[in-house]
Design a protein. Structure first.
Length: 254
């Protein structure tokens, strides 16, 4: 998310997100699947760039004893998140923070946490900021712990660009029909992928999937992997500590 979003930009994102982002609700479900705790365990987690709070809510729903610290740079978003997360009372704590600040994670909550997540926020950081954020996340995590995020990925080749465009547009059309009953939203948003891939906005600085995974390994994470990928969006991350980590040896891999 850009450092500064006005009310109109925030509302536009909320309106179009479920149409434009492939399998958005499934993404949240997968994130919850990757949390390294049992459903009844207590742990604290951070949601980086929480937007309207949907990912935070998905984790809180799956883990009734978890406590969330959700943060976003845009006041419009934290206001929406506060409304959505109101039923969770003292289990959901919100703050307005900027991901570009060097003390970002430490300013959200003191002490270590068990899980850090994010949806479509980290690609607004350049590579140096990503490296610093991933190392900060590793240091912020307790053991066991995990850092698992959803983010936009920069294609590594022209062929990848064309494939992502093709199937992103197909996804937009399908979701437009499924969610609204017609193709009106598809015709409104179908040019967004071309804009994103060909002429990214100034605030968009996605890295390739390979670079993201390399940054995570360099930060110290174990079990680093891409867990889901579609049309230029990916769920990836890594773990700290050995719990729930059984890294397959080469000869064990399917």
């Amino acid at each position: 998310m850009p450092q500064e979003w006005d009310s109109t930009a925030a509302k536009n994102f909320v309106t179009m997100a479920d149409i434009v982002i492939p399998d958005r609700r499934l993404q949240f479900e997968i994130i919850a699947d990757l949390v390294p705790f049992e459903p009844d365990e207590e742990f604290v987690f951070i949601d980086i760039g929480c937007g309207e709070g949907l990912l935070t809510k998905a984790v809180l729903d799956r883990f009734p004893n978890a406590i969330a610290h959700a943060s976003d740079a845009a006041a419009e978003m934290t206001t929406k998140a506060a409304t959505l997360l109101a039923p969770y009372a003292d289990r959901a704590k919100l703050s307005q923070r900027n991901i570009h600040d060097s003390d970002y994670l430490s300013s959200i909550v003191t002490g270590q946490v068990g899980f850090i997540t994010s949806s479509l926020a980290v690609h607004h950081c350049d590579d140096a900021e990503k490296k610093a954020l991933y190392k900060s996340a590793f240091d912020k995590l307790s053991s066991p712990g995990a850092f698992i995020i959803i983010d936009a990925i920069r294609p590594a080749s022209k062929r990848s660009v064309e494939l992502n465009k093709k199937y992103w547009r197909r996804s937009i059309r399908q979701q437009s029909i499924e969610l609204t009953g017609n193709e009106e939203q598809y015709h409104q948003y179908k040019q967004i992928p071309a804009t994103f891939y060909d002429t990214p906005a100034q605030e968009d600085k996605p890295a390739t999937l390979l670079d993201n995974l390399r940054f995570l390994i360099e930060a110290g994470f174990q079990g680093v992997d891409c867990f889901w990928h579609k049309c230029g969006f990916a769920i990836f991350g890594g773990y700290k500590g050995s719990r729930h980590i059984a890294v397959l040896k080469e000869e064990q891999r399917p």
